[in-house]
Design a protein around this ligand. Structure first.
Ligand code: HH2
Length: 256
């Protein structure tokens, strides 16, 4: 899954693809590099990011989704049902909702009706508060219980189980140790019986390990992706698709 951020303020590539043409060209490049799904987002979820109004988010993402969905799979990264609805109309077949259907009461019904895939991600609180002293009993058990509860909620809303994908939300309300523990024990989340999505790409936990700035985290991102894949992750949400794809190809060649 390649990341297409149509935002001025995303933590790693904010402002680079705010213009629709630049975002579309970037998405096409990621697809050539090997991305099977393009995840288009118009609102940054980095800690402390300013919320974006619905009209502005629609303006950013709809033309990009429309163009990229003509040639392949597109997911829409949003927590607003109106944005999801417009993106689905424009051709998106998957919703990536960092609030796991808690942000907008209309979201679950929309997904059930339109029969799209849904990524349910773990995040305590919201992006503005999530890094305020996050605490868990056992981080893996707590994330697992949260995701199991969100699966029940989605099923009760009429979303087919086969459409659900689960994500522990690396960097969302977690300390460095929490993120490392989740990557180390990712395999335990397979017990939930649904495909796993992992987004570790360029995140600040890598910088906390080695002091790297956001532009210096490709090696750490690839290491995380390869380890996550080896632990059973099904979808890797990444910015650097070509490099990650090569690393996975070599990993697969070695491991068979
Ligand atoms: N991470 C980000 C955004 N959306 N969705 C899922 N399912 N999993 C993730 O780990 C995830 C996500 C943050 O990364 P990015 O989109 O590059 O930054 P920003 O939120 O600042 O736009």
């Amino acid at each position: 899954m390649g990341v297409v951020n149509v935002t001025p303020d995303s933590f790693s590539d904010g402002g680079r693809y705010l213009d629709a043409r630049a975002a579309i060209a970037h998405g096409e490049e990621l697809r050539r590099d090997g991305a099977e799904i393009l995840d288009v987002g118009g609102e940054s979820t980095r800690p402390g990011a300013e919320p974006v109004g619905e009209a502005e988010e629609l303006r950013r993402v709809v033309p990009v989704v429309e163009a990229l969905a003509r040639e392949g799979l597109v997911s829409i990264d949003t927590s607003k049902a109106a944005v999801a609805a417009a993106a689905i109309y424009a051709g998106a077949t998957m919703l990536n909702d960092v609030t796991a259907l808690r942000g907008d009461a209309a979201m679950a019904g929309l997904c059930a009706e339109r029969e799209v895939g849904v990524v349910l991600m773990h995040m305590p609180g919201n992006p503005r508060t999530m890094q305020d002293d996050p605490r868990y009993g056992d981080v893996v058990d707590d994330v697992k219980a949260f995701l199991a509860e969100r699966v029940e909620y989605a099923l009760a809303a009429g979303i087919g189980e086969e459409r659900l994908w689960l994500d522990p939300g690396i960097g969302f309300g977690k300390t460095l140790e929490h993120n490392l523990e989740l990557l180390r024990r990712l395999g335990e989340l397979r017990e939930l019986g649904r495909p796993l999505v992992i987004g570790a790409s360029r995140k600040s936990f890598i910088g906390k390990v080695d002091g790297s700035t956001v532009d210096e985290r490709i090696g750490g991102s690839i290491a995380s992706a390869v380890l996550a894949a080896a632990e059973g992750a099904d979808v890797l949400r990444v910015h650097d698709v070509a490099e990650t794809a090569q690393a996975l190809t070599v990993t697969n060649a070695v491991l068979g």
